[in-house]
Design a protein around this ligand. Structure first.
Ligand SMILES: Nc1ncnc2c1ncn2[C@@H]1O[C@H](COP(=O)(O)OP(=O)(O)OP(=O)(O)O)[C@@H](O)[C@H]1O
Ligand SMILES: [Mg+2]
Length: 281
């Protein structure tokens, strides 16, 4: 009896220790965002461990990009809290910003800028410096290292605008990684990227999580290329509709709540496809 009690106490202490030592990459509490007097995000709460591979899905206009920009501190919420690794994004934006890398939605950025690939990556360091923003040798070395990581070293001197969609995306990932973030946010990284580049990027992101212990949070209309890597999938449509393991929440009834009645789920060779009228091409 006595021994059993002691074992139980030890177990409880162990569990308590585990709970207090689990690091959170992102914590969001009761977050609401209004833009132009319209409610875009409604009372979102979530908590992600570290390192994590997480994905957000939802229809056009669901607020996915708005959520990423709020995590980055670019958009100010109407109410709620956002913490990155315990740092308050709203109260201490400079400290929080150091921890995060961002790959924006590619159709929203200028793809045709006449910049060399290395200059695009350098922007990831230089844009964080005080004025005058001058790159030093160390910055160039870090940029070349980041290009190597995404397998784009041989294109370092090319013009960014001459690259294919998949190659541009890899360079933009290098730009986000060059400042050595602890969490990487990616907005539609597979959009307008061919199938082999999609697989390359998916494997790269999984390596980032497993080998470099960088958390990954991506927004995508299609998650088939990453479904085996995802720890947590979220369905967003103004509200957080569902959150959990992909195979648990990729269900007809939940998808109808997210995308409406028009959705059809097709399962083929163990992969799930949600057919909607909603694509980015
Ligand atoms: N700056 C803004 N001012 C006013 N409304 C905005 C602004 N930015 C976005 N919105 C609106 O907020 C809603 C959510 O937009 P958001 O870009 O976050 O959606 P999304 O889920 O990323 O969509 P998509 O799949 O098309 O990228 C949309 O209705 C959009 O029109
Ligand atoms: Mg978007």
């Amino acid at each position: 009896m006595g021994n059993q009690f002691l074992t139980k106490v030890k177990l409880m202490r162990y569990e308590q220790k585990m709970i207090t030592t689990i690091q959170k990459s992102l914590e969001i509490e009761n977050l609401s965002v209004e833009l132009d007097h319209k409610l875009i995000l409604d009372n979102i709460s979530l908590s992600l461990p570290h390192p994590v591979f997480a994905a957000i899905m939802g229809p056009n206009g669901a607020g996915k990009t708005t959520l990423l920009k709020t995590i980055l501190g670019i958009i100010k919420p109407t109410s709620g809290k956002v913490h990155l690794f315990g740092k308050d994004v709203l109260g201490n934006p400079t400290e929080a910003r150091k921890l995060v890398g961002y790959v924006p939605q590619r159709d929203r950025i200028v793809r045709y800028v006449p910049l060399k690939v290395t200059d695009v990556v350098l922007m990831g360091l230089v844009s964080r410096k005080e004025i005058p923003r001058i790159a030093i040798n160390k910055d160039m070395n870090l940029s070349l290292e980041a290009l190597k990581y995404v397998g784009m070293s041989e294109y370092a001197s090319e013009l960014f605008s001459n690259l294919s969609g998949g190659q541009q995306q890899r360079v933009l990932i290098a730009r986000a990684l060059v400042s050595k973030p602890k969490i990487l946010l990616l907005d539609e990284p597979f959009n307008a990227v061919d199938a082999s580049a999609q697989t390359f990027i998916a494997e790269l992101l999984n390596r980032l999580k497993n080998e470099n212990k960088i958390s990954v949070l991506l927004v995508s209309h299609d998650i088939n290329m990453v479904v085996e890597y995802i720890d947590i999938l979220m369905f967003l449509n103004k509200k957080m509709i569902a959150m959990g393991k992909a195979h648990e929440i990729f269900r007809d009834d939940i998808l109808k709540m997210v995308y409406g009645e028009g959705v059809r789920v097709i399962t083929e060779k163990g992969r799930c496809y949600a057919l909607t009228g909603d694509t980015h091409g």
